[in-house]
Design a protein around this ligand. Structure first.
Ligand SMILES: N[C@@H](CCC(=O)N[C@@H](CS)C(=O)NCC(=O)O)C(=O)O
Length: 271
């Protein structure tokens, strides 16, 4: 049992944080310093990182690029250095989180943030990876929103407490490990008779789900070492149980655009 009792009023100044990401966030929003964003000459400017949320957008950009439909410049926002709190980035995403995209192919530039919104925006604009058939369209949107709603429990919940917290907290790890396994089972059961998330069609739902749940069952998420343990989420969560998710993830991983997306090179914004 912990000695901690929540005070009557929580105060940031008195709260101990620690852990890998403890120093980044504050309970306030907005820019913390002046920093303009560089811009290349391509129609789209991506400001991001190769994390699961970032890779979702890399995938659709690379898929559309492979089809010859668009081109883009990619810049790296170093979140550990606080670049998400610079004025230029906050102007395009007031939530200060990667990924963010600016579309300069329109009369007035359009900024978009939230990976799910970016996937939907590009899929609608190019009429690709979003089925027109009403039933399939509804399924694509359902699974896209499922991912957006579920992944914070996998990342901010399970991943955070299992790998990044300054100390292991049994209750938190148990609660989120159970939720992560429940989500994997939802996906595994759904994929029993489906090649992709929406039947036989590769859609933005696959692009959204793969960098989180696909990467997890392929052993690419939360593998490493912190101050108190070596950790490997694929072993801890017995991901070998989710055979349908594994086959699906392998097929998505083998796509040319996905390989490019996972290893996308992003230019520093400081140059
Ligand atoms: N719901 C958002 C989540 C984005 C997000 O959490 N991005 C993380 C990196 S994966 C980030 O920028 N963190 C920086 C911070 O919290 O300050 C999306 O899907 O775009």
């Amino acid at each position: 049992m912990t000695n901690y009792m929540p005070p009557k009023v929580w105060e940031f100044e008195k709260a101990s944080m620690g852990g890998k990401f403890g120093g980044i966030n504050r309970p306030t929003a907005g820019a913390r310093h002046t920093q303009n964003l560089p811009k290349g000459d391509k129609p789209y400017q991506l400001y991001s990182l190769n994390t699961p949320n970032g890779i979702k957008v890399n995938i659709i950009l690379e898929e559309l690029k492979v089809l010859g439909l668009l081109d883009y410049d990619a810049f790296k926002i170093n979140i550990m250095a606080g670049e998400q709190f610079g004025t230029g980035f906050v102007d395009i995403n007031p939530n200060s989180k990667i990924p963010a995209l600016v579309d300069y192919s329109t009369d007035t530039p359009i900024s978009i943030f939230e990976s799910g919104a970016i996937l939907l925006y590009l899929a609608q604009k190019y009429d690709r990876f979003l089925p027109k058939d009403s039933a399939k369209n509804a399924q694509t949107l359902s699974w896209l929103m499922w991912q957006m709603g579920s992944a914070p429990f996998l990342g901010g919940g399970f991943g955070h407490f299992y790998a990044y917290a300054p100390e292991p907290i049994e209750y938190a790890i148990n609660r989120y490990a159970m939720e992560a396994k429940r989500q994997l089972d939802v996906l595994d059961k759904h994929l029993t008779n489906n090649q992709f998330v929406v039947g036989d069609e590769y859609t933005i739902a696959d692009m959204a789900i793969y960098p989180w749940y696909g990467a997890l069952v392929l052993g690419k998420l939360y593998v490493g070492q912190n101050d108190y343990a070596n950790y490997d989420a694929s072993q801890f969560l017995s991901v070998h149980e989710y055979t349908n998710v594994i086959s699906w993830a392998k097929s998505i991983q083998s796509r040319e655009a996905v390989k490019l997306a996972e290893n996308l090179s992003l230019r520093p914004i400081g140059e």
